[in-house]
Design a protein around this ligand. Structure first.
Ligand code: PMP
Length: 424
């Protein structure tokens, strides 16, 4: 059954200044970046207006205030992804916020794991298992480390509807597997991957699990323990937060073993003419001045998600929106949906092609109608090649709880227009 809520009403739009100011626009590209509520923009401004100082550098109270504000967000993020319930922390009372590293985005976080952690566990002939659905961010860093270490990439291939079978998992994850890298939700197919099952298979063989949560964080609660992750990355900008802030969480003993990827200010304990002693985790990985206002605003974004809206409402509304979107799309005989035809497999993302029309043409005609979608290879070229998608490109409509029925109606009217332009 699909949730029967009134998606013509939109109680959230007023919270999002851009959406409120542009009622003519149907923003269906949240998988690329989400919109931001006023509370996030206000937080960013508030940081600069009332606590602006370089965190960590100063001994005066303004700088201390800035530092404390950032550390509070660290604690908040640890709770947000369930890192605070890890046995290692509950047993020892140690601080789970120390396992949260602030970086620029998911790409940087995954690069840190591939460049600093992977070489510690990979030797020639070892295997890195990843799905063919991975975003290039969770693919190219692994290609690079494979090349350097002599390890091999092994791809788990889903069915045409995006399902990874138990047999595929059993066949591809084995005793040579050292790392399993997986996207929690595919940015093209919208499917949720069976991360817990993959982690179970990985851990049975002593492999480590790296989860790219960039595409799931706005759509479902994240729990690193339940997922069985050893590392997990996400970007603030896909979760109502600012661009330029990303999070990497890792198991503490693994982070301890890793060398820093960047060196310089703020990441050392002491320096002599010859050498330096690294600061403890997480500062060891946070060289240079960070986007403190952005991190502070990420705190506001997570608060909006969990306290203002709540994942239950987010998911109920999003399911109703995706149901409506796909039921309207299947009425159009010239539209081919990529991946599952079942709406409940799509977590905010529906990719498609209009028969015989290049995705870029589709997107630009929709743009003229005020509808924002993405078209291209979606940084997932191996997936589009594997699915043998024509032009190796497709269109993608992606939504969030702040969309409404009007956005979808405009999109469907726009698709009819696309067909008319070419065939009318
Ligand atoms: N992984 C997935 C699944 C994504 O969708 C994206 C963004 N499109 C990324 C990683 C990269 O995120 P960022 O550009 O913020 O590094």
């Amino acid at each position: 059954a699909w949730p029967k809520i009134d998606i013509a009403k939109n109680p959230y739009k007023a919270d999002f200044p851009l959406l409120a100011a542009r009622p003519d626009l149907s923003f269906l590209d949240s998988a690329a970046t989400s919109q931001r509520p006023a509370s996030v923009l206000d937080a960013q401004r508030h940081f600069y207006e009332s606590m602006n100082a370089n965190p960590l550098r100063g001994l005066y109270s303004l700088s201390v205030e800035a530092t404390e504000a950032i550390e509070k967000v660290r604690t908040q993020v640890a709770r947000f992804i369930g890192a605070d319930t890890a046995a290692e922390h509950s047993a020892s009372g140690s601080d789970a916020s120390r396992d949260i590293i602030f970086l620029r985005n998911t790409s940087e976080a995954l690069n840190l794991v591939a460049k600093s952690f992977a070489p510690l566990v990979l030797s020639e002939g070892d295997e890195i298992a990843l799905t063919i659905m991975e975003h290039h961010s969770n693919l190219i860093p692994w290609q690079e480390v494979a090349r350097k270490t002599g390890a091999h990439l092994v791809y788990l291939r889903p069915s045409a509807t995006g399902e990874l079978s138990a047999q595929e998992i059993a066949e591809k994850i084995g005793k040579r597997t050292k790392i399993v890298a997986v996207g929690h939700v595919s940015n093209v197919m919208g499917v949720e991957n069976p991360v817990a099952a993959l982690a179970c298979a990985a851990h049975k063989h002593g492999a480590y699990v790296v989860v790219d949560a960039a595409q799931s964080v706005l759509h479902m609660p994240i729990d690193v323990q339940a997922l069985g992750a050893d590392f997990l990355a996400f970007s603030a900008h896909k979760a109502l937060g600012p661009m330029g802030v990303g999070v990497l969480w890792g198991r503490h003993e693994l982070l301890e073993r890793m060398p820093p990827m960047l060196t310089g200010g703020e990441m050392i304990d002491s320096v002599t003419e010859e050498a330096a002693v690294w600061a403890p985790v997480p500062e060891k990985f946070e060289a240079g001045t960070q986007d403190a206002a952005g991190i502070y605003a990420l705190g506001a974004a997570l608060r909006y998600i969990t306290d203002e809206v709540g994942y239950e409402s987010i998911q109920t509304r999003e399911r109703a929106l995706v149901h409506y979107l796909m039921s309207r799309m299947v009425e159009l005989p010239f539209v081919d949906i990529i991946g599952s035809i079942y709406w409940d497999r799509h977590h905010g993302v529906v990719s498609f092609n209009v028969q015989g029309i290049h995705p870029h043409d589709v997107a630009s005609i929709l743009d003229a109608e005020g509808v924002c979608i993405r078209a291209g290879h979606h940084c997932a070229q191996p997936l589009l090649a594997w699915l043998q998608v024509e032009h190796r490109a497709c269109c993608r409509a992606s939504l969030a709880f702040y969309n409404d029925a009007r956005d979808i109606d405009a999109f469907i009217a726009g698709l009819k227009k696309v067909w008319e332009v070419f065939h009318g």
